[in-house]
Design a protein around this ligand. Structure first.
Ligand code: NAP
Ligand code: ZN
Ligand code: ZN
Length: 385
């Protein structure tokens, strides 16, 4: 090549490179920000298979992060199986998500690159109604925006969950993770943890209170740990004898195996608060008998069919039957800070992405100690299901 042509070629290269930069920037603006690999159920019942999709560009108030771990909640399984009604497919489940911040928008105040971050069951809400203004976003009058199995606030962008390697979230709906806790063991706190912490706090659990935890699974074992940390006397009501030692190690004082309603008869009027975390149908009337006068049963389990409640069981002792759903952003942060202070995390079985379908089967069979957590990041890319 003739020497004289060189400068012109360099100019041309610089020009082309500039165009490429502009195209990349515009692509970001268009929303093609993050190419993400995940696991999706393509139809009701699964199985979960590798799936690639895009997340929105990082807006001024958004934080992007690399997901390090995602917990498996029984609610993921209910939704994949369409046990709560029609669902949206392909579905990338996962609403117990932790990771490390990779990019922040220009107006983000609470996070910087490299920070630990968590996302739970919802990613937005209307922000204007009374529940939203008082920090109870989970009870938003217009409906919270779920982390998956629905649309974002714009009503058209499909929300994909945490069984993936990247996430974008408005910082107002993201949580700070205490630095002393293991990330993998924190993930299930974002749903299982807050779901028990919230009613435990609301019903003033503490010294002198008798608390019964029904079902020792992902949710139940967090109920034991939080209620015990607050000084209550905790009893686990389980159908799995094999969990006895673990329950006592977690802080329970007593462990009762319940195979049929007769097993509850000796425990009449024992509890101030019963936390029902069971994912399947059961005879709740026999459990209500174990409440003290003025006692409360708080339901957090969400089986696929309605309970049959006996009015007689409630009137005999002015008992209350109530429910509770996760917690609002301020309370989730309070729970995480409490967990950091008292060194409370979840007991987990750490798995790779190619084990998720097996993990679903084992969760349904109550065969997990006590939550499955997926190592995401590179692992999710290698998934073969
Ligand atoms: P999980 O890990 O599967 O635990 C459920 C536990 O229930 C099992 O470990 C088992 O405990 C007991 N159980 C299961 N099948 C049973 C049966 N046939 N009879 C008696 N006991 C049975 O599930 P999870 O992730 O903790 O979720 C529990 C439920 O809470 C699910 O329905 C989920 O959708 C719901 N949930 C609700 C909220 C909320 O905001 N309200 C949030 C998250 C999840 P034992 O072996 O000790 O008996
Ligand atoms: Zn959940
Ligand atoms: Zn609202």
């Amino acid at each position: 090549m003739h020497e004289l042509h060189r400068p012109r070629i360099n100019q041309l290269q610089r020009f082309l490179f500039k165009i490429e930069l502009i195209q990349r920037r515009d692509k970001k603006k268009d929303g093609n920000f993050m190419r993400v690999r995940g696991l999706a159920a393509m139809q009701a019942g699964g199985p979960l298979v590798p799936y690639e999709f895009e997340r929105r560009a990082v807006g001024a108030k958004d934080v992007a992060f690399k997901i390090s771990h995602a917990g498996i909640c029984h609610s993921d399984i209910h939704q994949v199986k369409e046990e709560w009604g029609p669902a949206l497919f392909p579905m990338v489940p996962g609403h117990e998500i932790v990771g490390f911040v990779s990019e922040v928008g220009s107006e983000v105040k609470n996070f910087k690159v490299g920070d630990r971050i968590g996302v739970g069951v919802f990613i937005d809400s209307c922000r204007e109604c009374e529940p939203c203004k008082s920090g109870l976003q989970q009870y938003c009058d217009k409906g919270m925006t779920g982390t998956y199995n629905g649309y974002e606030r714009d009503g058209k962008t499909v929300a994909f969950g945490g069984y993936s390697n990247g996430f974008v979230i408005n910082e107002d709906y993201a949580l700070q993770i205490p630095s002393n806790l293991e990330m993998a063991e924190v993930a299930p706190l974002l749903c299982a943890g807050i779901t028990l912490y919230s009613p435990i706090r609301y019903f003033n659990t503490g010294p002198g209170k008798q608390v019964g935890v029904m079902g020792l699974g992902g949710l139940g074992h967090m109920g034991v740990k939080f209620a015990a940390a607050l000084g209550a006397e905790v009893t686990v009501l389980s159908h799995s004898e094999s969990k006895r030692e673990d329950a006592l190690r977690m802080g329970a004082k007593e462990f009762i195996v319940v195979k049929n309603p007769e097993d509850l008869k000796p425990h009449r009027r024992k509890f101030d608060l019963l936390l029902n975390t069971v994912s399947a149908q059961l005879d709740i009337n026999s459990y209500i008998q174990t409440l003290k006068i003025n006692g409360t049963m708080a339901n957090v389990g969400l089986p696929d069919s309605p309970y049959s409640v006996n009015a007689g069981a409630l009137v005999d002792g002015r008992k209350s039957l109530t429910g509770s759903m996760i917690g609002g952003i301020p309370e989730i942060q309070e729970m995480l800070d409490f967990a950091g202070k008292h060194n409370i995390t979840t007991d987990i079985e750490l798995i790779k992405a190619d084990y998720v379908n097996q993990a679903y089967l084992r969760t349904v069979a109550s065969d997990v100690k006590y939550s499955f957590v997926i190592v995401t990041g590179k692992q999710i890319g290698r998934a073969h299901v």
